[in-house]
Design a protein around this ligand. Structure first.
Ligand SMILES: *Cc1c(COP(=O)(O)O)cnc(C)c1O
Length: 360
């Protein structure tokens, strides 16, 4: 008997068709700019090995990861005519690996630029326009722009920068960063511009440049509230009922007994915990959904078990082994993240390794 045939504690469903549709939607929205896919952190936890091939088949020709090790891991999945770029740049000693594998670094400092120059291969150049993360300052960009040796050695595929407040369309910082970006990009006439992430796509055409870098929205989470046509959800997560039990009023539940039953209460124990990436911050808050009812989480989320108050359902409603919805149509990922005091990015990238994964 194969272990993967046994009932898993949870089922993670990843809708690759919806993912492709989300990418196509971005590509249409930003045309004539092109849409790159950001597939760092194992495609936001959903599996770069599955995500990259379907996006490549749909026509995506630019992929971004965070670091060289991630790039090398998916190198063979990225078509030869596509870009594979490393956002965080290369640690000293990584250059030869990238050059040999045809991986494009994003150069984030003068030192990175100098080290890459020796290899005479293409790169992208990042300028910091207002978040004090990586990238050259404007004056450094002026230096490199005027450096004939660098310019002769390194074909620049794009000038890039990153938005700090793209998920808040009303923030003035979005326009301020755009102005700084345009000033820096003007130092490199004719070089492509790459600026917007998922949130930036929604800011409008001025932010799109020639290539947008879409991550979150591909994976079905909304980068900001109030989008007219929401992206299609990609992730469904269910956990199994371990058992139900009825406890008398006053019973303390879970580690630390942080919750006491106010009345006789039917509890359902679920086979999911913080070891699965289900945040411990959901202790005594948040909920799951089953058979038409929202069942609040009671007590602390522990490593492998979460307890919910199932009193809203008739006795016997939740059989052992039955699946309840953790993320899905009734439990949108944005709501789960908010209840947990975090963001959908973190929920996605923490999805654990104990689920049965179904790609459809
Ligand atoms: C992660 C990342 C992106 C993608 O951001 P989303 O908000 O997920 O679309 C784009 N650019 C950079 C530099 C990033 O680090």
């Amino acid at each position: 008997m194969q272990a993967q045939m046994a009932p898993a504690p949870g089922v993670l469903t990843i809708d690759l068709g919806a993912l492709v549709e989300n990418w196509r939607r971005v590509a249409c929205e930003v045309a004539p700019a092109r849409a790159a896919a950001v597939v760092k952190a194992d495609a936001y936890g959903l599996g770069a090995a599955q995500v990259v091939p379907v996006l490549a088949a749909a026509g995506c020709r630019a992929f971004f990861v965070a670091n060289l090790v991630e790039a090398l891991a998916i190198r063979a999945l990225v078509p030869d005519d596509a870009l594979l770029a490393v956002l965080n740049g290369l640690h000293p000693g990584g250059e030869a690996f990238a050059a040999e594998a045809g991986i494009t670094p994003v150069l984030n400092s003068i030192a990175q630029a100098r080290r890459w120059q020796a290899f005479g291969r293409p790169a992208m150049l990042q300028v910091d326009t207002g978040m004090a993360r990586h990238g050259l300052g404007f004056e450094e960009a002026v230096v490199l722009a005027g450096d004939a040796e660098f310019r002769g050695a390194v074909p620049l595929l794009a000038i890039i920068s990153h938005l700090s407040c793209a998920d808040e369309p009303d923030r003035a910082e979005n326009a301020a960063q755009l102005a700084r970006f345009e000033a820096a990009a003007a130092l490199f006439p004719g070089v492509a511009r790459c600026f917007a992430n998922s949130g930036g796509v929604q800011l409008g055409a001025a932010w799109h440049g020639d290539l947008v870098r879409a991550g979150l929205c591909l994976y079905g989470a909304e980068p900001a509230d109030g989008r007219a046509e929401p992206f299609r959800p990609v992730v469904g997560l269910q956990a199994r009922v371990l058992q139900t039990r009825t406890v008398p009023a006053g019973t303390g539940v879970g580690y630390g007994q942080t919750w006491h039953a106010p009345r006789e209460t039917r509890l359902a124990l679920l086979s999911i915990g913080y070891a699965d990436g289900f945040p411990r911050s959901l202790s005594d808050r948040g909920a799951v959904w089953a058979q038409g009812a929202t069942l609040p989480i009671v007590g602390r989320v522990s490593m492998d078990v979460t307890v919910v108050d199932a009193s809203a359902l008739p006795e016997g409603a939740l059989a052992e082994g039955e699946l309840v919805e953790i993320i899905g149509p009734h439990r949108p990922i944005e709501a789960v993240a908010q209840e947990a005091g975090t963001i959908a990015y973190e929920i996605l990238t923490q999805l654990g390794g104990r689920y049965q994964r179904i790609y459809c």
